[in-house]
Ligand binder design. Sequence first.
Ligand code: GCO
Length: 483
Amino acid sequence: MKRRDWVKITGVAGTGLLLSSYMKFGYTKMGSNKASVDAAFNLSKADFGPDFKWGVSAAAYQTEGAWNADGKGESTWDHFSRKSGKIERGENADVAADFYHRYEEDIDLIKSMNFKVFRFSISWPRILPSGTGEINQAGLDFYHRVIDKCLAVGIEPWITIYHWDLPQVLEDQGGWTNRKILDWFSEYVEVVTKEYGGKVKNWMVLNEQFSFVAGGYLAGYMAPGRRNIRGFLKAVHHSVLCNAEGGRIIRRNVAGANIGTTFFTAHIEPLNQEQKHIEAASRVDAGINRLFIEPALGLGYPENALPVLKKIHKYYEPGDEDRMIFDFDFIGVQYYFRAIVEKSIIPYIQAKEVKAKDRGVPANELEYEIYPEGLYHVLKKFSEYKGIRNLLVTENGTCVPDRVEGGKVHDARRIEYFKNHLQSVFKARLDDVNVNGYFVWSPTDNFEWDKGFRTRFGLVYIDFQTQQRIVKDSGLWFQEFLK
Ligand code: GCO
């Protein structure tokens, strides 16, 4: 969308607020020079209000390393990354960003960039090496050190309970396809909430069910690498039950908790207005954007839009309808791209994406189309659910080919990316969308799953040979913006 379209949209309502605010819009084009970017962007931190949460997000497997240190058990990702051909260049996160040993430096860096929230995940097999049963005290101690460091420098620790690193021993028994995951997961949530609930008030149950369930059990490019429609449908249902159950356990164990969960989202559009493409886009939208939030809200699975989901009923047990629901205090929206969809013969979904490179639009190194307006659209879409009270953007960010030049990393394209996406968040707030936070993915470069270390998402560059950190220009930009 061009700047004039924003003016058009914001001009419609015609209130004083909107009129005085429309000058704040101005998407910048990829590759435009810095001067024109700065001329177009004139939002300040204050425009988002005093209670708006500014944070950074990271995940255990992608950053910690120390994969078998101090009694940690093997995770599905430790296991999967050792299989040949699963990760680009055969890489793994055995060391990753070495956060396990460098967390103090990294939290100091987050502080130096003026963020007030650090969202990180707990590694389940670090706490319960056998998945259930015996607790690893050294694992518990590590996250105490991380939490204490955050609190000491005035950063709020926000915990994601599960960001994809399932204990491998549980995967050997079926993982998310085994209904026993409900007991396993509940036990893990009991342990961590009782342990840290006195210090940590902000919790997220799961990170992106869509990604680990579809990527792990249907498409198979993520751990555990399975491809099976029945397993996928079971994993969907079990993850929905665990998401709600996790919320209930946090509510019981943590006084004054702010409880959320996070969802993968994408802005979906049909290739054109032909009915077959519109229907294809609606199936993809149901699979990506609606599949996990709607059952949590008591709306059931979006099976009218995506009929294969009707098969999930086979896996229901009495009482499941109610157990799928939890009244979350906030919903974390994670947004990276727009997808343009056309009809295809791919089973069940009968749709496929028209790739960014075939459309000649700007994209990052993962071929995610860079489409800031999409963040506005997904926020708007989620805000239309009656059951959602509060939204936060719990992940947004991009990879660009960073290079170190004279000890600096000039990632102007990443700065443009953030400016443009912040415009979208601001615009959503003007339109009364209750979005109250923005967390950057990610504080430092890290291990990008099946892509290994090829792509860099950090505000801080890491030389993975020496583990030396360099704050990129984008990190310095936030430092200034959040001052
Ligand atoms: C996610 C992930 C991250 C990715 C990021 C960039 O939730 O999708 O939390 O692990 O690294 O999305 O692709």
